[in-house]
Design a protein around this ligand. Structure first.
Ligand SMILES: Nc1ncnc2c1ncn2[C@@H]1O[C@H](COP(=O)(O)OP(=O)(O)OP(=O)(O)O)[C@@H](O)[C@H]1O
Ligand SMILES: [Mg+2]
Length: 258
């Protein structure tokens, strides 16, 4: 029997820092470059938007149908054109789904399909609520997305504290939207304030925004850009698979060329 896959929760308690972007890009590099069987799940239950990032607006069944016990989880999973599977949420509530959905069922439902995947990535809500806690409970490990400014750092410290209290291991931080300006908080300072390693530093790049308008992960639109290499390095850290940074090779070639 295949070993169970790992469930990775992608969290932050600040909106707009890049959780959904990280989920779609990590999913794309894990599937395309590392040949992993990957499922992306929209755990942002009240404001799902993973499907919007990927251009998947319709699904016969959604995570909401699964959490309302209307269909088994297998029926709500669909294949994407980028090599990974997706489980999206309903953008608007269905008429026959009355009452509040129970996000805590996520853990049980995902455990039914864990063995079918190498990795399951959960995109989470930016608020500390039942939805985010359900991601923490369902996940084997967490990645916390942050950016180099004090308001986000304060939210990141809070998210780390909550994860530690709930005893969900944190794989590390992803420092996103970095412009390498002097006024930005450094990765070292973020590490010492949170006690968690920064696994990846991803630059702020308008190409990421452009890819959103094309509803395609940026790593697919721009396979040779720095952010794609950074997501690939992050994927290799998470899986333990080898990945050689192509920038090192071109640097060596430049030196020898001289
Ligand atoms: N490295 C980056 N460079 C430039 N733009 C980025 C980068 N990462 C994310 N963005 C942009 O920032 C915006 C917010 O990203 P995203 O939707 O991934 O954040 P989020 O944390 O999932 O937000 P929410 O909490 O609302 O779900 C999007 O327009 C996205 O394209
Ligand atoms: Mg999001």
């Amino acid at each position: 029997m295949m070993e169970d896959g790992k469930i990775l929760g992608i969290i932050s308690i600040k909106g707009g820092v890049g959780k959904t972007t990280a989920v779609s890009n990590l999913g794309a590099v894990l599937a395309k470059r590392f040949n992993k069987k990957v499922l992306l799940v929209d755990g942002n239950i009240t404001a799902p938007n993973l499907g919007l990032h990927l251009g998947i607006l319709n699904s016969k069944h959604t995570l909401h149908d699964v959490l309302y016990n209307q269909v088994p989880i297998w029926n709500a999973i669909q294949k994407s054109e980028h090599g990974f599977d997706v489980l999206i949420g309903s953008l608007v509530p269905k008429k026959d789904q009355k009452g509040r959905v129970n996000p805590y069922k996520l853990h049980n439902r995902l455990s039914q399909i864990k063995k079918d995947y190498d990795l399951i990535l959960i995109d989470s809500s930016p608020n500390i609520n039942d939805e985010m806690l359900s991601t923490m409970i369902a996940a084997d490990e967490l990645l916390v997305i942050t950016s180099p400014d004090y308001p986000t750092l304060s939210c990141t410290m809070h998210a780390v504290k909550v994860a530690k209290e709930r005893k969900t291991p944190i794989a590390g931080l992803v420092l996103n939207k970095v412009r390498h300006k002097k006024f930005e908080i450094s990765a070292d300072e973020i590490e010492s304030s949170t006690g968690v390693p920064v696994l990846s530093v991803i630059g702020d790049d308008v190409k990421v925004l452009e890819s959103l308008s094309k509803t395609t992960p940026a790593s697919i639109c721009s396979p040779n850009k720095d952010f794609t290499i950074e997501y690939s390095l992050l994927a290799s850290k998470l899986t333990g698979d080898d990945y050689e940074d192509p920038r090192l090779l071109s640097k060596i070639k430049r030196v020898f060329g001289k």
